[in-house]
Design a protein around this ligand. Structure first.
Ligand SMILES: Nc1ncnc2c1ncn2[C@@H]1O[C@H](COP(=O)(O)OP(=O)(O)OP(=O)(O)O)[C@@H](O)[C@H]1O
Length: 250
């Protein structure tokens, strides 16, 4: 869409920590976590249920305030910024979190129209993003009647309205059938192939393995390992590597 956002967009997480609750019932959801997410690759943010993935993504997106540490995005030449300090965040970062709300009676096209207006994007962008996610054929349908896969595509379309160079997706393969997962894999690869920074969380390591180029694996809020998947999984598959690194098989 516009060329202003071209640049090297990194996500940088540094010594990030989040403790929920008071002293008597404190839960450390994220604990001294540091990692980078680089452009031009799909990075899997992986770990078991409750590992702290959603909390970390919400901190990157300014929806949860860190107890300490920082999560920043560098939108090209202007240097690191917290999400909340980005001038027009939806043109830099597109996000799909687990629970996205649709007005049940609104059609896909109308839903996108509302979000396009909110972001200040032209109405013509609606048809473009519908096309990008192969959703034009059901654009006239109401959100209440959509399948899980269709909803997921509508979420992706919404996140892409501002043509962001950074995509953050929380468990995008949840509930998808094998065809949907294959579609998602191709789609994420295309986005990364365009030089975008793509961070996608999953608790299903075997599924993520097919989908990602880099991994950041966490457990109990802490980093287990990070790097290109070929380096991380030298001696086997991702699941075996995870079990070996954490001793979680025992
Ligand atoms: N608002 C909150 N208040 C208290 N505890 C919370 C809150 N949000 C998350 N937690 C706790 O923080 C920990 C990490 O949760 P989080 O949802 O970030 O994990 P996750 O890796 O995304 O898990 P899943 O794969 O199940 O979605 C869990 O112990 C969770 O119960």
């Amino acid at each position: 869409m516009d060329m202003l956002n071209q640049g090297v967009e990194m996500i940088r997480v540094r010594r990030l920590r989040k403790v929920f609750g008071g002293a008597s019932a404190a839960v450390t959801a994220v604990d001294d976590l540091s990692f980078d997410v680089v452009p031009g690759a799909v990075t899997g943010f992986l770990g078991p249920n409750g590992a702290g993935k959603t909390t970390t993504l919400r901190m990157i997106l300014g929806l949860v305030t860190p107890t300490s540490g920082t999560a920043t995005i560098s939108p090209g030449e202007t240097g690191d910024k917290r999400y909340a300090d980005l001038p027009n965040p939806s043109s830099v970062v597109g996000a799909v979190l687990d629970k996205s709300a649709f007005h049940p009676a609104r059609t896909c096209r109308d839903h996108l129209g509302v979000y396009a207006r909110m972001g200040g994007y032209p109405d013509s962008r609606v048809a473009e993003v519908l096309d990008l996610v192969d959703a034009t054929s059901y654009a006239h349908r109401q959100a209440r009647g959509l399948s899980t896969g269709m909803r997921q595509r509508l979420n992706l379309a919404t996140a892409l309205l501002g043509d962001p160079r950074v995509l953050i997706l929380d468990e995008p393969s949840n509930g998808l059938d094998p065809e949907g997962i294959a579609w998602l894999r191709r789609f994420l690869r295309d986005l990364a192939g365009q030089g975008r920074t793509v961070l996608v969380s999953s608790h299903v390591l075997s599924e993520a393995e097919q989908m990602v180029d880099h991994v950041v694996i966490i457990r109990r809020g802490r980093l287990v390992t990070a790097g290109p998947i070929a380096d991380v999984t030298k001696d086997g598959n991702l699941e075996q590597t995870y079990l070996a690194l954490t001793g979680a098989a025992a």
